[in-house]
Design a protein around this ligand. Structure first.
Ligand code: SAH
Length: 242
């Protein structure tokens, strides 16, 4: 594991990649197009699990870890949640704040690591979301531990990331970055992708019980996307704090 010199669980090179393209965040056809396309499916997955718990999003406290320009944070706010978004990228947060202002949404954005936030605000959120972020940090387990600390007992934590296998290499790196160029070249490193078994293991070692996993079928060639049982490439997990 390569921790950067600031000893935070932050890879500055990864942050720099997002700083550089932050102005693209809300371009529906830009570098973040796949996130815009996947977002309704993530919201659907979250809402389904919240309602399975006989609960609702409205008025709940949610923290979105690695929120970037705020795509998910805004959707959850529109459903009535009280959302905090945290990220270590300055430009993505600036974009997020500006966009929330334009959308007339009140969202609390903060530049802070999830580990530091967990120290400050232990067990204070009903739900935690951490989407497409674990594959960009030196220690994903440290992020998972902090997410588990942030959520109230019985609350839900949602993760999404990319599976590690040949198919995810071919689709998420070769097709999406090199051939079709729908995300910037170098966005992902295959080494940082995470097998669901590994993610579930880390979650369960940190007081979370995995209650569901769902694949996101996203074919960069056809741009077809839907929730599926197949976890081969993009996938989502729903965990509950014991
Ligand atoms: N979760 C958002 C954005 C995903 S892009 C979404 O799915 O819509 C990944 C984001 O993680 C970027 O905004 C990047 O700045 C952020 N990130 C990377 N490493 C981080 C870290 N160590 N702490 C907080 N945010 C981080």
């Amino acid at each position: 594991m390569t921790m950067t010199t600031n000893s935070l669980n932050v890879n500055n090179k990864e942050i720099a990649k997002f700083e550089k393209v932050a102005n693209q965040w809300w371009e529906l056809d830009g570098d973040f197009k796949p996130l815009h396309q996947l977002n309704p499916l993530r919201v659907q997955f979250i809402c389904q699990h919240v309602s399975d718990q006989q609960s609702e999003i409205f008025a709940k406290k949610i923290i979105d870890v690695g929120c970037g320009g705020g795509i998910l944070a805004e959707s959850l706010t529109k459903l009535g949640a009280k959302v905090t978004g945290i990220d270590m990228g300055t430009e993505p947060l600036n974009v997020a704040k500006l966009h929330a202002l334009e959308s007339e949404l009140s969202i609390n954005y903060e530049k802070i690591t999830v580990e530091e936030k967990a120290q400050q605000a232990s067990e204070s959120f009903d739900y935690v979301t951490c989407m497409e972020m674990l594959e960009h940090v030196p220690s994903p387990e440290s992020v998972i531990r902090a997410c588990a600390q942030l959520v109230k007992p019985g609350g839900l934590v949602f993760f999404s990331t990319l599976n590690k296998n040949i198919k995810s290499y071919l689709l998420a790196i070769i097709a999406a970055e090199k051939l079709l160029k729908i995300v910037p070249d170098g966005t992902h490193e295959h080494d940082k992708f995470i097998k669901p078994s590994q993610l579930i293991n880390w979650a369960e070692q940190n007081g979370l019980k995995c209650i569901d996993a769902s694949g996101i079928h996203y074919n960069p060639m056809t741009e077809n996307h839907k929730l599926t049982d197949n976890l081969d490439v993009n996938y989502l997990l729903c965990c509950q704090k014991i």
